[in-house]
Design a protein around this ligand. Structure first.
Ligand SMILES: Cc1ncc(COP(=O)(O)O)c(C=O)c1O
Length: 349
């Protein structure tokens, strides 16, 4: 199973990892390995964008990085990490006596699906000898499609990648995954060989997954992934992921043409963010937030669709994340039409 993932990401042989409860646990294991690789520095610092999932900052804190040494780097208009700001932060921290330990890139942010500049981040990390982790919990499995593979180019240069099969590989909770480019980095961080477990050591061809992360007794998480891929075939998975991206793009187009919807972030992977903001109405942000909250609640309570919301630089946004394999254009179009209709109702009230 792990070897399939390794190949999908373009990782070399010798890469390896483990299945975890989810993306948060994968990040903790990655940061422990990164700390070990950096020689367990006294004053480590980590870097991530201001769009990174809170799981990354939490993982950094758990491995002992002080809150004041967790740098949230600003992002550009498309919510991708600003490279110049990252390089500046790393240089300033080195001058201040900190040890830059991990740069954490997004392989699809949760809010907008933005993908950070992976090649540029890999270049910086190589030059500065910093561990590069890619949080691809949401977006990583786009790599099974041609377009997704192109968008995620550079992910194969990371020291570690977090993935969530329970997101875009359509699996039931819980199953996450951490892959590291060199499986030995995980084992040197985690392996213990107490005598009471000596009967479980079967040699190099039987990696002991308990030596690769924080969990010892483990569920057979690989089974559901393996079975669903055997049952439906990779073609079905590729088609479902591609369709999610295509539907997000069509929803973006719809919003651009609509007189009542305002696009707030470009479609990226399977996510597109927008709000109700009729051209003719000239409304303040506070009023728009009220209207959009009302639209969101009606979509949910009237069983139209499970749209979520986010805040983009302080602006309340509706967030369509198309991640169900059975969603089709009719579902998305009807959702967008309902958004427009509910918005008009809210404004008329
Ligand atoms: C980009 C990203 N990273 C990390 C996580 C955390 O993953 P989990 O909930 O599987 O712990 C999520 C979502 O939950 C996510 O979207």
């Amino acid at each position: 199973m792990l070897d399939w993932f390794r190949r999908w990401l373009g990782y070399p042989e010798g890469a390896g990892g483990l299945l975890t409860s989810g993306g948060s646990a994968a990040s903790i294991d990655a940061f422990v390995a990164a700390r070990e690789a950096a020689g367990n520095p006294e004053r480590p610092s980590v870097y991530m964008s201001d769009q990174s999932h809170s799981a990354q900052a939490r993982a950094a804190m758990i491995v002992g990085v002080g809150r004041e040494a967790i740098r949230q780097i600003p992002t550009d208009g498309a919510f991708r990490l600003d490279m110049a700001a990252l390089a500046r932060a790393v240089a300033e921290d080195r001058d201040a006596g900190l040890t830059p330990m991990t740069v954490c890139a997004n392989g699809g942010t949760t809010s907008t699906g933005a993908i950070d500049p992976l090649h540029a981040m890999a270049d910086l990390c190589r030059a500065q000898d910093i561990w590069l982790h890619v949080d691809a919990a949401y977006g990583g499995f786009a790599a099974i499609t041609k377009k997704g593979g192109e968008l995620l180019s550079g992910i194969e240069r990371a020291d570690s990648v977090g993935l969530d099969p329970h997101k875009w590989l359509f699996q039931p909770y819980e199953v996450g995954c951490l892959l590291v480019k060199d499986a030995r980095t995980l084992e040197s961080a985690f392996a213990f060989h107490p005598t009471v477990l000596q009967d479980t050591v079967w040699g190099a061809n039987h990696p002991n997954l308990g030596d690769r992360g924080l969990q010892l007794s483990r569920a057979f998480r690989a089974l559901k992934i393996w079975m669903s891929i055997q049952t439906f075939g990779m073609f079905a998975f590729r088609r479902a992921v591609s369709k999610g991206m295509e539907l997000a793009r069509r929803a973006e187009e719809y919003a651009q043409e609509s007189r009542t919807l305002e696009l707030l972030a470009p479609a990226s992977l399977g996510i597109v963010c927008m709000r109700l903001n009729p051209e003719s109405a000239d409304l303040e942000d506070d009023t728009l937030e009220e209207v959009n909250r009302e639209v969101l609640a009606r979509l949910f309570w009237e069983d139209r669709a499970f749209v979520s919301s986010t805040s983009l630089r302080g602006t309340f946004s509706l967030r369509l994340c198309i991640i169900n394999h059975s969603t089709g254009w009719d579902d998305v179009r009807e959702t967008l039409e309902a958004m427009e209709r509910f918005g008009e109702d809210a404004l008329a009230a």
